[in-house]
Design a protein. Sequence first.
Lengths: 312, 509
Amino acid sequence: MIRAVGARLLQAALVAMAVGVACFLMVRLLPGDMAYRVAAGRYGMDHVNTAAAEAVRAELGLDRPWWQLLGAWLGDLARFDLGVSLVSGDRVVEELSVYLGHTLLLAVVALLLSALVGPPIGVLLAMRPGSAADRTGLAVGAVLRAVPAFVIGLVLMMVFAVQLGWLPAAGVGGWREVVLPATTLAIGLAAVSSRVARDAMVAVAQAPYLAFARTKGLPEGAVIRRHALRNAAVPVTAYLGVQLVTLVEGVVIVETLFAWPGIGHALVHAVVARDVPMVQGTALAMGLIFVALNGAVDLACLAIDPRRRRPA
Amino acid sequence: MKRRTLLASIAAAPVALPGTARAQAPVRTLRVVTPWEIGGLDPARSGYVFQRMQIAETLVGTDAAGALVPLLARAWRLDADRLAWRFALRAGATFHDGTPVTAEAVAAALVRARAQPGPLAQAPVEAITAEAGEVVVRTRQPFLSLPAFLAHSGAIVLAPASYGEGGAVRAIIGSGPYRLTDLLAPQRLDAERFAGWWGPAPAIERVSYLAVGRGETRAAMAEGGQAEIVTTLAPETVDRLRRNARLDVVTVPIPRTRALKLNASLPFFSDVRVRRAVALALDREGMARALLRSPEGAANQFFPPALPDWHIADLPPPRRDLAAAQRLLDEAGWRAGPDGIRARDGRAFRVTLRTFTDRPELPVLATAIQGQLREAGIDLQVAIVNSGEIPAGHTDGTLEMALYARNLALVPDPLGTVLQDFGAQGGEWGAMGWSSPELLAAAARMGEEADPAARRALAQRIARILHDDVPVIPVAWYDYPVAFSRRTAGGSVDPLEISYRIAGMRWAD
């Protein structure tokens, strides 16, 4: 257990380092003069001109050599200081706390929704593998997985915001605004997790230990709860880690569609405006969340499956 | 989740809440939805949001016709030397923290605005001071457009307590009819009626602003009744919204032009015949109709009808004439090669056009232009870049062609834009490798001319030079479509985009 946590912490430090340096290099390698980009991000297309760009260059010291700028960022990072946004002039930590809070809210609600819907459907379908319901489930899951998030989002918006008027189409501030973007993400997640749960359940149902549990005379309810579900839960939980990739990817699109001030949205803006500290900060936050959630998934798998606790 | 509540410092502001009316129905909020995010607190960056929401005010405002009217200034006059402008402030004007709007506070806000990028920084201002209760702006030379420069959002007046150390803006404490109550940058703000405003009390008590970047989402919010004012509707959604019985869609032409910038110092575009040929090869009517859904928007000249002094009334529509374009290119020595691409002296007519996505229609138009010029034998590469790449390419000389959108009334007097865009060295958002002594002389005279008829004649002269010599090719003018919910009444659209005019609206039901 301690080793698992320690390994993840080391991984987190390496991720922070790699993400920061990679972001810095990538943004520097993009074509175009950074000062003009930052000026366009700050003052908008109506006011970006050479005078504004030169003022930005002087203010931010952009003509310093690249290794000085990178060294300054790494030095700040070692002191847990992410610096100041080149565009807004606010501290990156403060901006991130606003954006990150919104993204975490969206991601957690989406994960909960998908967990409530996806695996139970998978388990139900696994009861009768190959039946009409199972085949329909496969088809629906495949379609929902293939449809891009913005299409699902638009359809939900048209139905629940425009036609029915139950929920706001976009915005931020109350619980009602979370529902549609979270559902959009959850549908994509549930489409996959239902299939994983279904396949895991089918595999477990054919396992010898389940036949043994029945043979030794356990009631069917206990067989399902203690042997089938617990064994099937391991791949489903492990797969959550993989799904986080989908989530991070979906967040960028869904946040833009639903005008949600989250970290994906912020990252897109920061890249366009060459706001290096914000790009580094957002990418770092996303990377660390990824490590943290993967760590949590590892721990959850260990808790579910005692066999894994023994050293290999 | 940490919310940025920026107004803790003015929590004690004297806002008289009518205690008796509280028991009635909950207060409704008028919700404004636009594509523009709130990029921070600095007036140079996002002053337009606070100006349009009538939270902060400028000295000078504009009326429905775009003429300058007193706002925070009660009146202004020009000294006999024609250099010193004296602005008398409105009696009883108060900031949202309860402090009076003094000449000192206004002068300090304007001095700060002048130090930031924006129109005021480009005006020939020598000094801004407070003298005997008036704000005095001195210019280096007679500059009759000055009051118009003070209507720009960068020149909003904030209370002294708005600024923190080093002059950074820490809070938005304005003097307008609405007082900021909550700000969640970059997405939303909330404001409420300010009882201490100098003007007649607005009927609507609470307002909110939400930045929604996607056109489909904005349309859905209008249709779903989740917004009372939705601005800058995406062209493809306008027809659908017009058919909605719960909405009024108002479209006004605004003084903004999409144009092609040509580098006239290149062998391609130094010849006026080639510039005219490019203009003739464009199907501007087709693009306006099919891509912009605004047939009246096809531009036959640089200045749109929304600027009547500058718009030449008797020019024909911008018809495509490919044969005439081919003839002009032939005359200029650009002959079609075996691959259909024209060439002269062994150099193929191959240029790169830069454009950007801040205005989502620009890349689409660029692709259409690419196809149309190909038919005239010009091989156009389209590069989608950041808007900053156009001034950057102008300055380092690498720009060949650009498609851009220009606000001609950043200050309500287009002369300011003309001076910037068509100066002796051209302009980063205007001519490149081209200048006209005659235009410069007319613009200089206009800056000192007070007589409206004479000013109009000079404006027409400038417009005619730009039309005949085509340093830039106008493509399409802008429409500004806004959807109002029929739950409200009294809404109107400001063609200069200076205000959403909420203070004059009321609930209809």
